[in-house]
Design a protein around this ligand. Sequence first.
Ligand code: NAG
Ligand code: NAG
Ligand code: NAG
Ligand code: NAG
Length: 461
Amino acid sequence: MRSSLKCLSFYFIINTTLLNLYLFSQLYVDQKKSNKNIVNKQQYFGIFNNIINKKQQLFYKQKSNNEFLVLDWTAKHHMFKEQDPINCNFSHINLDYCQSKFHSIVNNTLRLHLIERCTRLSQLIIRWTYDQSYLKQADLIAYHSIHMPRNDLPILIRNNQQQQFSMVYILESEVHSLNGEYWHKIDFPMWYNLERSYPEPATYFNLHTYLNQLFAPIKIPFSKKITTAPIVWIITNCHAYNGRQVFIQELMSYIRIDSYGKCLNNIKSNHITTHKQSNSILYSSYKFVIAIENSNCEDYVTEKLIDVLSSTSIPIVASRNRKPDYTRFAPKYSYINVYDYKSIKDLANYLNYLSTNETAYNEYLWFRKLSINKHTSSVTTKRTLTENLHLADEILGVNATMRKWLLNKETSMNKYCKLVQFIYTNYWKSIYKRKKIDRPTANEVCLPRNDLVSYFLLTRS
Ligand SMILES: *[C@@H]1O[C@H](CO)[C@@H](O)[C@H](O)[C@H]1NC(C)=O
Ligand SMILES: *[C@@H]1O[C@H](CO)[C@@H](O)[C@H](O)[C@H]1NC(C)=O
Ligand SMILES: *[C@@H]1O[C@H](CO)[C@@H](O)[C@H](O)[C@H]1NC(C)=O
Ligand SMILES: *[C@@H]1O[C@H](CO)[C@@H](O)[C@H](O)[C@H]1NC(C)=O
């Protein structure tokens, strides 16, 4: 509060007329709203690329020409503080780029206007607010899918003078989030789905970090791993939609699994399991980590996979009928899919075999065996995203499924930056005209409830 007060008095001196009670109350709300828990999820949205610069924070009531205002109608973002700038890097957008984007527009006046607007991207200041009184000035109205109003979505201004757009976002899988039946009213659906998001997905993956970790050297070699149990599991939610808890309990009767979380806990430990950092250290000391999601849906792959791959252990996942298709997110032969085995017993036998055969085990880490990794055991690398993508082409091959999907679709930009760039480099009428559809239902894109139980324990015996 102290530094904010300093800031306020400074503000008072330079322009007393602008200081009013409204601003003060907003500031106070901001202080109370700051929330530490947000940080881990931010990482997966690529927010860390856009470190918020508090010194740049300006208060405003009136939106100026070089501002792009994002109004989160549902106020559920929890990632930004009111009026914080969102820092985007549009340094690659130049006149040539803008001209190439609009060369097909025949109307000269319109084309020149669009090109001029596009070149203004580099000076654009993007701000976020949940103050609904900005409705008429906002450029983008954002909704969190779960909290989206069922009726009376605000009417947007869409003419040649002013163009407003709408977007919807969500991180939860289809079985845990309703309101997808209103998505056909929205210009931009942006979630983890690589195929159905528009214009781009907003996944859990920060590609830059992810690729750095994916191509990093092995943290704990096979010979130094824990020998009392080959598998670790840390889960709190013991009522998952896919029935993973029943499946794991059965697997435990064939192979030792150390469960540190609340679900099926069988080990007392001083490890602070809520801390990702300590989870990662724990993960790397085991041979396998269970990374089965709470539900198995199209493209629903979260930090569970990322955390295990970054620990350099082998993830155990669940996928059937490409729900989800892990080859889109990870190198082939880098994980174990439980549905590849006829029975839980077969799976356990294979895991037991791998945990005693170092050569066979290390085959799952094939993509880490780079010459650069021979000389270092440190995970810290200085590769840029572009360098990482080149490395991915070299190691995984240009035609790798993962290259064509995650690496091609996810640019690791903050999702608002992606949208602003898209809006400024496309003609608004073509965006408005796009045929919009609802979010698919859980029945369409997810495996049925308790599928892990019915597949392995009921129909087969
Ligand atoms: C913006 O991106 C360019 C590469 O496209 C990079 O060279 C530059 O350092 C970046 N600027 C900032 C402030 O991150
Ligand atoms: C060309 O575009 C301008 C600006 O949008 C518009 O005012 C004008 O009517 C258009 N001309 C034609 C011939 O469509
Ligand atoms: C261990 O794995 C390697 C590589 O898959 C295989 O060639 C070898 O036969 C295995 N050894 C045993 C004892 O199963
Ligand atoms: C990748 O796929 C394309 C198109 O199928 C093919 O022409 C090319 O040879 C492939 N490249 C490699 C390295 O396999």
